[in-house]
Design a protein around this ligand. Structure first.
Ligand SMILES: Cc1cc2nc3c(=O)[nH]c(=O)nc-3n(C[C@H](O)[C@H](O)[C@H](O)COP(=O)(O)OP(=O)(O)OC[C@H]3O[C@@H](n4cnc5c(N)ncnc54)[C@H](O)[C@@H]3O)c2cc1C
Length: 329
């Protein structure tokens, strides 16, 4: 049976629906063509209505947070981009913990300011990551050791199964958090994150602020923050490199092998690729896992650079680098 609903019905229901929105204006890479349709969603009712219509019209959709982990093609996206704008923030003390209910659309930098005001400690590592909480849970974002998995108690989601939907809670264990992964990523785009309950501890404002500053200073010193990027392009490599001549040639490898984590940036740098340019895309001279947009770089240039780095690292180290970023279009 075909549905009688059309995009006209969608526009009637959502007068705020925009058309031909350039996604380069919604990504930290400042790259990407138009979304055919673009809608900001601020509450559960609207999300349910929007997904219901999208399914009836048979329109592809993409869930957008802060756009800080995606590479959008010049063609853009021939469907509906749903920008998540749930911005709730509520705290309560329970069992010696501070429980914080946060909307998935809240940017991490704003979240950390609010957590500091409430003397809630545990998420300082995320304070200068330019994404939303929903995006961070999706990819189990992390830095300096901890990741989202350490602070999430449960995640409230809107789950889509064929044409059926339900609001549901995933407890931490059910989220299948792993290094830069979660069930939400594995099943994308079928699970939309709405809100998250964080379980944090009481800290002193001075200590929280000092930790946030330490993280920001570290990033400022090591990351190319003066150019648009999406942070780390590749995941670190989690298997040991046992090749004897490589171990002799690169003494650092023994230490990485012991930790079970070889930084992708180190592999790229030691493959001689730091500073490599294709078009206006460059493997940063400051951090080799950051691929920067020097000005009007194209998605195809970044993609070519990604392929080039994968090929070279494979040749030098026998390692297959896997992307951390998500492709759209
Ligand atoms: C300068 C810089 C530094 C960075 N440093 C770090 C770092 O230290 N550690 C780290 O882990 N990452 C880092 N990143 C990468 C990025 O900021 C994080 O991965 C961030 O959590 C992505 O969130 P986002 O809202 O921007 O997601 P987006 O880029 O908007 O989306 C990423 C993916 O998440 C999905 N998604 C987003 N929101 C939702 C939702 N509500 N429900 C379901 N799916 C959703 C999208 O569909 C997409 O597939 C950095 C990026 C930059 C630019």
């Amino acid at each position: 049976m075909t549905s009688s609903k059309t995009i006209k019905d969608f526009k009637k229901e959502f007068p705020s629906l925009k058309e031909k929105v350039l996604l380069k204006d919604h990504t930290t890479w400042r790259i990407g063509g138009p979304a055919k349709y673009f809608l900001e969603v601020q509450n559960k009712n609207d999300l349910e209505k929007a997904i219901g219509l999208v399914k009836e019209i048979n329109l592809p959709f993409f869930v957008l947070g802060g756009g800080s982990n995606i590479l959008v093609s010049e063609k853009g996206f021939n469907g509906l981009v749903i920008k998540i704008k749930f911005l709730d923030f509520e705290t309560k003390e329970e069992g010696g913990k501070i429980k914080v209910l946060v909307g998935a659309g809240l940017p991490l930098n704003l979240l950390s300011v609010k957590l500091l005001e409430n003397k809630a400690s545990g998420m300082e590592w995320s304070s200068s990551i330019p994404g939303t909480l929903g995006g961070a849970v999706f990819g189990n974002a992390g830095a300096f050791g901890p990741s989202m998995a350490d602070s999430v108690e449960w995640v409230e989601v809107f789950e889509i199964k064929n044409k059926k939907f339900q609001f549901k809670k995933y407890q931490n264990k059910e989220c299948q958090f792993a290094y830069r992964s979660s069930i939400f990523k594995k099943k994308a785009p079928a699970i939309i994150i709405i809100s998250v309950l964080l379980s944090l501890i009481k800290g002193s404002a001075e200590a929280i602020e000092a930790k946030m500053k330490e993280c920001a200073d570290y990033r400022m010193a090591r990351h190319p923050l003066n150019f648009p990027s999406a942070g780390s392009v590749f995941k670190n490599h989690s298997k040991a490199i046992k090749n004897k001549s490589l171990l002799l040639q690169f003494p650092d490898l023994a230490g990485f092998n012991k930790k079970g984590d070889i930084p992708a940036g180190w592999l790229i740098a030691n493959s001689g690729l730091t500073g490599k340019k294709i078009g206006n895309a460059q493997i940063s001279e400051k951090h080799s896992n950051f691929f920067v947009n020097l000005g009007n770089a194209k998605a195809k240039d970044i993609r070519a650079l990604i392929k080039f780095a994968q090929k070279k690292v494979k040749k030098v180290f026998g390692v297959e680098l896997k992307e951390e970023i998500i492709y759209l279009g």
